[in-house]
Design a protein around this ligand. Structure first.
Ligand code: DC
Length: 227
Protein backbone atom coordinates (compact mmCIF):
# COMPACT_ATOMS: atom_id res chain seq x y z
CA UNK A 1 0.00 0.00 0.00
CA UNK A 2 1.34 3.42 -0.87
CA UNK A 3 1.13 5.73 2.10
CA UNK A 4 1.30 9.17 0.51
CA UNK A 5 1.89 12.01 2.90
CA UNK A 6 0.58 15.53 2.42
CA UNK A 7 3.23 18.13 1.77
CA UNK A 8 2.79 21.88 1.88
CA UNK A 9 5.75 23.88 0.54
CA UNK A 10 6.05 27.43 1.81
CA UNK A 11 8.79 29.38 0.06
CA UNK A 12 9.73 33.04 -0.04
CA UNK A 13 12.33 35.59 1.05
CA UNK A 14 13.37 36.30 4.62
CA UNK A 15 10.85 38.15 6.74
CA UNK A 16 7.98 37.33 4.40
CA UNK A 17 6.08 35.78 7.31
CA UNK A 18 6.77 32.17 6.32
CA UNK A 19 7.70 30.84 9.72
CA UNK A 20 4.81 32.57 11.49
CA UNK A 21 2.33 31.28 8.94
CA UNK A 22 3.89 27.81 8.88
CA UNK A 23 3.57 27.44 12.66
CA UNK A 24 -0.11 28.42 12.60
CA UNK A 25 -0.84 26.15 9.65
CA UNK A 26 0.96 23.22 11.25
CA UNK A 27 -1.29 23.59 14.29
CA UNK A 28 -4.42 24.03 12.18
CA UNK A 29 -3.80 20.90 10.08
CA UNK A 30 -1.95 18.86 12.72
CA UNK A 31 1.10 18.63 10.44
CA UNK A 32 4.79 18.68 11.33
CA UNK A 33 6.49 22.07 10.90
CA UNK A 34 9.94 22.01 9.32
CA UNK A 35 12.07 25.17 9.23
CA UNK A 36 14.70 24.31 6.60
CA UNK A 37 16.52 27.64 7.07
CA UNK A 38 17.53 26.35 10.51
CA UNK A 39 19.59 23.63 8.80
CA UNK A 40 21.55 26.15 6.71
CA UNK A 41 21.92 28.39 9.74
CA UNK A 42 23.32 25.46 11.74
CA UNK A 43 25.92 24.72 9.06
CA UNK A 44 26.72 28.47 9.16
CA UNK A 45 27.10 28.27 12.95
CA UNK A 46 29.45 25.30 12.69
CA UNK A 47 31.59 27.04 10.07
CA UNK A 48 31.75 30.31 12.02
CA UNK A 49 32.66 28.48 15.23
CA UNK A 50 35.55 26.88 13.33
CA UNK A 51 36.78 30.39 12.50
CA UNK A 52 36.29 29.84 8.77
CA UNK A 53 35.22 32.82 6.61
CA UNK A 54 31.70 32.45 5.16
CA UNK A 55 33.04 32.71 1.59
CA UNK A 56 35.96 30.28 2.00
CA UNK A 57 34.38 27.50 -0.04
CA UNK A 58 37.39 25.16 0.04
CA UNK A 59 37.66 25.32 3.83
CA UNK A 60 33.89 24.79 4.18
CA UNK A 61 34.00 21.74 1.90
CA UNK A 62 36.91 20.37 3.91
CA UNK A 63 34.92 20.43 7.18
CA UNK A 64 31.59 19.30 5.72
CA UNK A 65 32.23 15.59 6.45
CA UNK A 66 32.71 16.47 10.14
CA UNK A 67 29.19 17.87 10.42
CA UNK A 68 26.60 15.58 11.99
CA UNK A 69 23.29 17.30 11.65
CA UNK A 70 19.95 15.77 12.51
CA UNK A 71 16.37 16.88 12.63
CA UNK A 72 14.36 15.23 15.42
CA UNK A 73 10.63 15.60 15.78
CA UNK A 74 9.76 17.41 18.99
CA UNK A 75 6.42 18.98 19.90
CA UNK A 76 5.08 18.95 16.37
CA UNK A 77 8.17 20.45 14.79
CA UNK A 78 11.68 19.59 13.66
CA UNK A 79 14.41 20.40 16.19
CA UNK A 80 17.96 20.62 14.86
CA UNK A 81 20.83 18.78 16.55
CA UNK A 82 24.45 19.40 15.69
CA UNK A 83 26.67 16.56 16.87
CA UNK A 84 24.07 15.78 19.54
CA UNK A 85 23.80 19.43 20.72
CA UNK A 86 20.33 20.90 20.48
CA UNK A 87 20.41 24.11 18.49
CA UNK A 88 18.34 27.09 19.64
CA UNK A 89 18.34 30.84 19.17
CA UNK A 90 22.12 31.05 18.70
CA UNK A 91 21.50 30.58 14.95
CA UNK A 92 19.25 33.68 14.78
CA UNK A 93 21.99 36.32 14.97
CA UNK A 94 22.80 38.59 11.97
CA UNK A 95 26.19 36.84 11.72
CA UNK A 96 24.54 33.45 11.38
CA UNK A 97 22.10 34.87 8.81
CA UNK A 98 25.03 35.96 6.68
CA UNK A 99 26.85 32.66 7.11
CA UNK A 100 23.65 30.71 6.28
CA UNK A 101 23.08 32.72 3.13
CA UNK A 102 26.68 32.20 1.99
CA UNK A 103 26.97 28.48 2.78
CA UNK A 104 23.60 27.87 1.09
CA UNK A 105 25.14 28.92 -2.24
CA UNK A 106 27.47 25.91 -2.20
CA UNK A 107 25.98 22.97 -4.16
CA UNK A 108 27.64 20.36 -1.90
CA UNK A 109 26.02 21.96 1.16
CA UNK A 110 22.59 21.82 -0.49
CA UNK A 111 23.14 18.18 -1.50
CA UNK A 112 24.31 17.40 2.05
CA UNK A 113 20.97 18.63 3.48
CA UNK A 114 18.67 17.22 0.80
CA UNK A 115 17.94 13.79 2.28
CA UNK A 116 17.41 15.13 5.82
CA UNK A 117 14.62 17.31 4.45
CA UNK A 118 13.05 14.73 2.12
CA UNK A 119 13.04 11.86 4.58
CA UNK A 120 10.91 13.78 7.08
CA UNK A 121 8.34 14.50 4.36
CA UNK A 122 8.21 10.83 3.39
CA UNK A 123 7.17 9.82 6.89
CA UNK A 124 4.99 12.75 7.99
CA UNK A 125 2.46 15.26 6.73
CA UNK A 126 4.54 18.42 6.65
CA UNK A 127 4.53 22.17 6.24
CA UNK A 128 8.06 22.92 5.13
CA UNK A 129 9.35 26.48 4.93
CA UNK A 130 12.37 27.50 2.90
CA UNK A 131 13.51 28.83 -0.46
CA UNK A 132 13.56 25.80 -2.78
CA UNK A 133 10.98 23.48 -1.24
CA UNK A 134 8.53 23.70 -4.14
CA UNK A 135 11.23 23.63 -6.81
CA UNK A 136 13.85 21.15 -5.53
CA UNK A 137 13.15 19.48 -2.19
CA UNK A 138 9.47 18.54 -2.62
CA UNK A 139 8.58 19.12 -6.28
CA UNK A 140 5.59 16.80 -5.81
CA UNK A 141 4.13 18.82 -2.91
CA UNK A 142 0.34 19.01 -3.23
CA UNK A 143 0.36 22.66 -2.18
CA UNK A 144 3.03 25.25 -3.01
CA UNK A 145 2.76 28.79 -1.71
CA UNK A 146 5.32 31.46 -2.47
CA UNK A 147 5.14 34.31 0.01
CA UNK A 148 5.78 37.89 -0.99
CA UNK A 149 5.68 41.09 1.06
CA UNK A 150 7.19 44.55 0.65
CA UNK A 151 10.79 44.93 1.94
CA UNK A 152 9.61 47.51 4.50
CA UNK A 153 6.89 45.21 5.88
CA UNK A 154 9.36 42.34 6.04
CA UNK A 155 12.12 44.38 7.72
CA UNK A 156 9.70 45.67 10.32
CA UNK A 157 8.52 42.13 11.11
CA UNK A 158 12.03 40.72 11.31
CA UNK A 159 13.12 43.62 13.55
CA UNK A 160 10.22 42.98 15.98
CA UNK A 161 11.01 39.26 15.95
CA UNK A 162 14.69 39.86 16.79
CA UNK A 163 13.78 42.35 19.51
CA UNK A 164 11.42 39.81 21.08
CA UNK A 165 14.27 37.31 21.12
CA UNK A 166 16.52 39.85 22.85
CA UNK A 167 18.80 40.32 19.84
CA UNK A 168 19.93 43.95 19.58
CA UNK A 169 19.89 45.60 16.18
CA UNK A 170 18.28 48.55 14.35
CA UNK A 171 15.55 48.68 11.71
CA UNK A 172 18.05 50.13 9.21
CA UNK A 173 20.50 47.30 9.83
CA UNK A 174 17.75 44.70 9.39
CA UNK A 175 16.56 46.30 6.14
CA UNK A 176 20.10 46.48 4.74
CA UNK A 177 20.80 42.88 5.77
CA UNK A 178 17.53 41.76 4.19
CA UNK A 179 18.26 43.45 0.87
CA UNK A 180 21.73 41.91 0.80
CA UNK A 181 20.33 38.45 1.55
CA UNK A 182 17.47 38.78 -0.98
CA UNK A 183 20.02 39.47 -3.66
CA UNK A 184 22.41 36.76 -2.47
CA UNK A 185 19.64 34.12 -2.22
CA UNK A 186 17.85 34.87 -5.48
CA UNK A 187 20.90 35.42 -7.69
CA UNK A 188 22.77 32.24 -6.73
CA UNK A 189 23.25 29.59 -9.41
CA UNK A 190 21.97 26.57 -7.47
CA UNK A 191 18.35 26.42 -6.31
CA UNK A 192 17.76 30.18 -6.33
CA UNK A 193 14.86 31.40 -4.21
CA UNK A 194 12.29 31.63 -7.00
CA UNK A 195 8.69 30.38 -7.18
CA UNK A 196 7.89 26.98 -8.69
CA UNK A 197 5.84 27.17 -11.88
CA UNK A 198 2.85 25.68 -10.10
CA UNK A 199 3.19 27.82 -6.94
CA UNK A 200 0.44 30.16 -5.77
CA UNK A 201 1.81 33.65 -5.09
CA UNK A 202 0.68 34.83 -1.67
CA UNK A 203 1.14 38.54 -0.89
CA UNK A 204 0.62 39.19 2.79
CA UNK A 205 2.01 42.76 3.12
CA UNK A 206 -1.27 44.19 4.36
CA UNK A 207 -2.57 41.27 6.42
CA UNK A 208 -2.73 40.85 10.16
CA UNK A 209 -1.65 37.39 11.33
CA UNK A 210 -5.27 36.21 11.60
CA UNK A 211 -6.09 37.49 8.12
CA UNK A 212 -2.96 35.86 6.71
CA UNK A 213 -3.79 32.49 8.26
CA UNK A 214 -7.44 32.64 7.13
CA UNK A 215 -6.44 33.51 3.56
CA UNK A 216 -3.83 30.73 3.43
CA UNK A 217 -6.25 28.13 4.85
CA UNK A 218 -8.80 29.07 2.16
CA UNK A 219 -6.21 28.59 -0.59
CA UNK A 220 -4.90 25.33 0.85
CA UNK A 221 -8.36 23.83 1.49
CA UNK A 222 -9.35 24.78 -2.05
CA UNK A 223 -6.34 22.96 -3.50
CA UNK A 224 -6.53 19.88 -1.24
CA UNK A 225 -10.29 19.44 -1.73
CA UNK A 226 -9.89 19.60 -5.48
CA UNK A 227 -7.38 16.76 -5.55
O1 DC B 1 14.76 31.08 6.28
P1 DC B 1 16.02 31.67 6.90
O2 DC B 1 16.09 33.14 6.76
O3 DC B 1 16.24 31.18 8.30
O4 DC B 1 17.22 31.04 6.01
C1 DC B 1 18.58 31.36 6.23
C2 DC B 1 19.36 31.25 4.91
O5 DC B 1 19.39 29.90 4.47
C3 DC B 1 18.76 32.06 3.76
O6 DC B 1 19.44 33.28 3.61
C4 DC B 1 18.94 31.20 2.55
C5 DC B 1 19.20 29.81 3.07
N1 DC B 1 18.13 28.86 2.79
C6 DC B 1 18.18 28.21 1.59
O7 DC B 1 19.05 28.48 0.78
N2 DC B 1 17.26 27.26 1.30
C7 DC B 1 16.28 26.95 2.15
N3 DC B 1 15.39 26.00 1.85
C8 DC B 1 16.19 27.64 3.40
C9 DC B 1 17.14 28.61 3.67
Amino acid sequence: MVNKTIKIALDGPSGSGKSTLAKYLAKHYGFVYIDTGALYRTIGLFVSEKGIASDDVDAILAVLPEIHIEMRLEQGGGAVYLGGRRIGDEIRTPLCSKYASDVSKIPEVRAFLLETQRSIARENNVIMDGRDIGTVILPDAQVKLFMVASPEARAKRRFEELKARGIETSLEEVLADMKWRDNNDSSRKVAPAIPAEDAVMFDNSDYSIDEMVDAAVKIIDGILNKG
